[in-house]
Ligand binder design. Sequence first.
Ligand code: F0G
Length: 457
Amino acid sequence: KLPWAEPFKIKMVETIQQSTAEERAKWIEDADFNLFNLKSEQVYIDLLTDSGTGAMSDKQWAEIMTGDESYAGSRSFEKLKSTIQDITGFKYVLPTHQGRAAENVLFSALIKEEMVVPGNSHFDTTKGHIEFRKARAIDCTIEEAFDIENPHPFKGNIDLNKLEEVYKTYPKEKIPFCLITVTCNTSGGQPVSMENIKAVRKLSNKYDIPVYFDAARYAENAWFIKQREESCKSMSIPEIVKEMFSYGDGMTMSSKKDGLVNIGGFVALNNEEVFTVASNFTIIFEGFITYGGMAGRDMAALAQGLRESSNEQYLECRVGQVEYLGNKLMEFGIPIQKPIGGHAIFVDAKKFLPNVPKEEYIAQTLGIELYKEAGVRGVEIGTLLADRDPDTRENRYPKLELLRLAIPRRTYTNNHMDYIAVALKNVYDRRDEITSGYNIKWEAPIMRHFTVKLEKS
Ligand code: F0G
């Protein structure tokens, strides 16, 4: 068998700037040691997120030129709607400006005070939109997901016992739906198996609870199902996607991931009543129901992007590139989460920097060291992100201190991956010298990681 190579050639390039170690040391200090405060020009390879950072294809750019900007009944909306219907099987479509806006629209229709929403490690904004409505997200992810070394092939799976416990504890009026996130970003870009999705549906039917998807990376999830689930090996990606969604009542989507566009989102669902209520919220929060916060041209480019992300050669290369980087890091002995996820590498910062005390933000320290070493920007998934306990105001120390290296789609080459791997190895080689981290100089009362100001300990 031949090795995979990119199923595209490059038609346009954007220059990115290398810098010196001296410049970077000054820039990160000026940024109060917060990677979010860096200007993009100060970053050589940006792995902060895979969201909205991918490259569009020539066909998507062609759609940009022919998009229809009509306020109502736009041709581009019709195209997007029929594409989503065709791919997902859901009947109704509401466009929104991004994923969290889709959450806002759908949750406004479904979630009331004191409700609970079980699911697999809800994403931050998802949890935020649940808690904002004075409801609660209950994490029912399988235990294997919390062991970074456990090679379980579907670490995004929902533990059916935990889920049934929720269904038995609360009356069904208090459970608006169960939410399955594919792939599960919070647990490391880990997939959910078809078998698990089917079983969640079956159990939820028994208790008469709807099932929705947070589907930002559904195509990558389908790729993993095809690779790792015997019963789905001979199915095509579109067939797997259709079957996955057939077990749900609807979905929210951040199109900035598997939609292969830079901005956009949508809600898709089957229930007419929910659609009617959600339509009103779309109009209040987003815009008229045939554009919902998106330009016509952006809807047209999204329709094309959704088709492209289900292409098998694309997915093999996409997930393969993340795996390529992960394998390089493992060859160097660098501790990362296993198995390698779909959109990012998660570096185990506690194992990487054993001499930095947890009070000094280990994963953030590693992120700063990698930036200073090579101009590569990752993001902390650790104590800064976990924030303080709302009651005691004490730091919450999560089980894992991770540095996430998210890989944008179709953006960097494997030479960039080699560069990143060597950069991290260089830091790893001098890990014994890194014995201290950072203190907080200033922080916001919530979501502090975005704006926190740090100083050297
Ligand atoms: N759901 C998941 C699973 C996500 O990963 C994200 C965003 C959202 C919802 C929200 O979508 O950003 O379009 O409003 N994740 C990005 C990340 C920000 O870096 O992981 P959005």
